[in-house]
Design a protein around this ligand. Sequence first.
Ligand SMILES: *Cc1c(COP(=O)(O)O)cnc(C)c1O
Length: 433
Amino acid sequence: MSERQYKFDTLQVHAGQEPDSAVGARAVPIYQTTSFVFKDFEQAKLISSVEEFGFDYTRITNPTNEVLENRIAILEGGSGALSVASGSAATVTAILNITHAGDEIVAAKTLYGGSFNLFQNTLPKHGVHTTLVDPADPENFRKAITDKTKAIFIETIGNPDINIIDFEKVARIAEENGIPLIVDNTFGTPFLFRPFDYGANIIVHSATKYIGGHGNSIGGLIVDGGNFNWANGKFPDFTTPDSAYSGFVFWDKWGNYPGAGNIAFIIKARLHYLRDFGASLSPFNAFLLLQGLETLSFRITRQVASAQFIAEYLEKHPAVEWVSYPGLKSSPYNELAKKYLPKGPGAILSFGVKGGFEQAKKFIESLKLFSFLANVGDSKSLVVHPATVTHGQLTEAEQRLAGVKPEQIRFSIGTEDVDDLLWDIEQAFKSLS
Ligand SMILES: *Cc1c(COP(=O)(O)O)cnc(C)c1O
């Protein structure tokens, strides 16, 4: 934009957008159109054959979505990004983009319930198998890698255990094995944590959560770190002629693209998986997610402070068995949190109430201000019972593997006045006795 390197609070409002060239609109216009008129035959040919970047059909590209993509790429420090219909679409698109039937993934076992199911149950039906490992010891990732492994997949802040992984160690293991590290940064957001700074290669987001921030739109983002050599021999899709696109070679064409650098991964995701699977984000949702993104740092700063306060309060409460929040000194992840998330380890915490499932149920049903639902990252405070809802589809054994317990309650702290939140928690505890 200019010779100055703008800071985060400025970039979340401006990055990736110039005032609209047609009429000078200051806000990002919603280009609610399926398709775009070609100027002439020459342009139609250039865009359709990807000789030139341009807009032709909203399943693949749209100017509103492009602002969101450019903004998140800049905030994360990546070379490019792709917007998709949901966080789940982001994860599966990133995986399919680099795997074939017969390939393997190594993932942390502490994952979002939907991702756990994708790796454990759905992808194996298509021949892609995942080894889930305990991320507490990074060496477990190394031990699970075989010559068929195509990626390591982890979350910035694990779910529902609220654990933190030693990123640099895991990134080094991925690098030593010539495979990319994919990080789901939904709970971190680029404000609290930038995975590329610690050696990650691909980021996925459920923009549904903190990026949108107001609980009104489902959306997902994939960001390319532009820092992985797809020509290292393990990813022949990038280095052999592509039969779907007149035989061009992704790595030759986009491995070092003028002005953008290495965008081969993100272009391939768009041209193969967005085009063929069609999990596109609607321009209207892209607009709403951009509205949310403008205030990300302010919301998160407030939410993190309240989460810390509430975690400390719960830890002292006689009706509470345990609290998991990396901002607590008692947390086994406190040192990792200080190193990787100095602005605060997110605003999601979980705790166990004394008396098990029945008391957890009663507590949740007694809350008045917290909403009992399956989401996180809203400006409203949310509560969920992971064993019933987010991880409810898993078998008991799978729940134990993912670290879900019957007495466990998960809070996502919103932007309300923290005194009101404490009042609500206190009155719900009173209803237990
Ligand atoms: C919600 C969530 C997802 C899935 O995102 P959707 O937008 O609901 O499809 C993936 N990862 C994490 C960490 C999430 O919280």
